[in-house]
Write a new protein. Structure first.
Length: 145
């Protein structure tokens, strides 16, 4: 039994070390979750920078605090606002993208438990190569940008 336990711990340490090295090549700043009243969807905003030497492709996100998390982009065309799902978002080496009102954002739907302003929520960014980057978002007012 001890042998299996040691293998499990070794495997988990290797996985964690690999994730830390990879995550060091991605930088997330200013992660905030704009809460709306009731069961309305929340919006996730942040800055994502790829400091690695290879392209990365964001393909989604998830959070235990919400049933569904999707990547969207808001656009304006001839005075008409629209919002479209974004199935993937590629960042070349050195690129950065801002998730902000009026542009890219996360839509977080169907809260699994009540949230209050100031609460911290983990959202995991999911990449095409299978890498996952957990990010701590802070719940902010609906009027926050």
């Amino acid at each position: 039994m001890r042998h299996s336990y040691r293998q499990l711990i070794s495997g988990l340490l290797l996985l964690a070390f690999s994730a830390m090295i990879w995550a060091a090549d991605l930088e997330v700043t200013d992660a905030r979750l704009r809460l709306l009243p009731g069961d309305l969807p929340a919006a996730g905003y942040f800055s994502l920078s790829n400091t690695s030497g290879e392209s990365v492709v964001l393909v989604g996100a998830e959070s235990p605090a919400f049933e569904r998390v999707t990547v969207h982009q808001s656009t304006q065309d001839k005075g008409m606002a629209s919002m479209e799902p974004v199935p993937h978002l590629e960042l070349a080496p050195g690129d950065a993208v801002e998730f902000a009102p009026g542009g890219y954002h996360l839509m977080l739907m169907e809260r699994q438990s009540p949230l209050a302003l100031g609460d911290e929520v983990t959202v995991t960014l999911v990449f095409k190569d299978g890498q996952r980057l957990p990010v701590m978002f802070q719940a902010v007012s609906p009027t926050a940008q």
